[in-house]
Write a protein that binds this ligand. Sequence first.
Ligand code: FE2
Length: 344
Amino acid sequence: MFSYTLNPEWISAFSRVFVLSKIRSEEKCVILTEAGSRMENIQLARIAMTQLGLHHFVIEVPTPNFAPGPIERSTGASYCLTGHDTVVAALCDCDVIVDLTVEGLMHAPQTRKILQSGARILNISNEHPQALARLVPDESLKERVKNAARQCRESKEMIVSSNAGSHLSVDISTAPSVGIWGFTDRPGTLSHWPGGIVVCFPQEKTVNGVLVFEPGDINLTFKRYFDSKVIFHIEEDYVTRIEGDNLDARLMREYLHSFAEPEAWATSHVGWGLNAGARYEALAMYDKNDINGTELRALAGNFLFSTGANEFAKRYTRGHFDLPMMGCTIRLDNVCVVSDGKLC
Ligand SMILES: [Fe+2]
């Protein structure tokens, strides 16, 4: 439904994000792609870099084969660098990595090593370029996100509630908190575009309560809005029961069971969206292949609850749900940051 002819405004959007990331002509830049990467975004990155006079080259690795077993989607943990040590070494030798892999390097096994080399990674989410162009970040978004991340680091407790009956408490006193605003100019850091999100990775045994998903909440692994009410019972980080006699609940139970490991049922991260430009209805407007759903992760005023891997709680699994919830109230040490789904 949307055009795939490269639009000049899309080129401008890519240029803007590269300028915000303060990429300099003397820096070594690589555009990392895989066989399944979105061709338009590769072209847009190349054109924008060329127009800005940035020296760059493109690396393409094969897209990993889907192994038998659970289907992995929207994990943010690309496995496309696994077995490609030569490529990893080349990436470590660069200053800037424009990450156009399908899943993204956010939680990839090699990312820590790459960042430790001093390279900075700008992940461009696997979205239709029209969505990216609608969500070009700016300095004000960076300020909002940085303030939110600081607030998380300075707080001891996050309480999430809703009229639907959610009540979740998270001890965040020692939880690492990360703000993502869509560009990065600091060596050794990663950001993704679209941005506008803060996430905390709770330590072990710090998440307890009940989350009530209502029709209109979102499951970004399945890329669908909830049609029905689903209730998560959470004890010491783990979803111990999924209540609901409906398709949403059944799909979630089946999918989590399919990993056959308890970690798939545990809390990965908690946080909220801060991007006022993100559109709630976006998931209804694009075909599933056209979006990765990062817009909904960043939607201003959502509560983003996620299950799956959390390295800070020493849990590793390939199962991952990102579940933006609408209409929640989030308090940090009794200070309201989101009220009934609106940023305070
Ligand atoms: Fe996630």
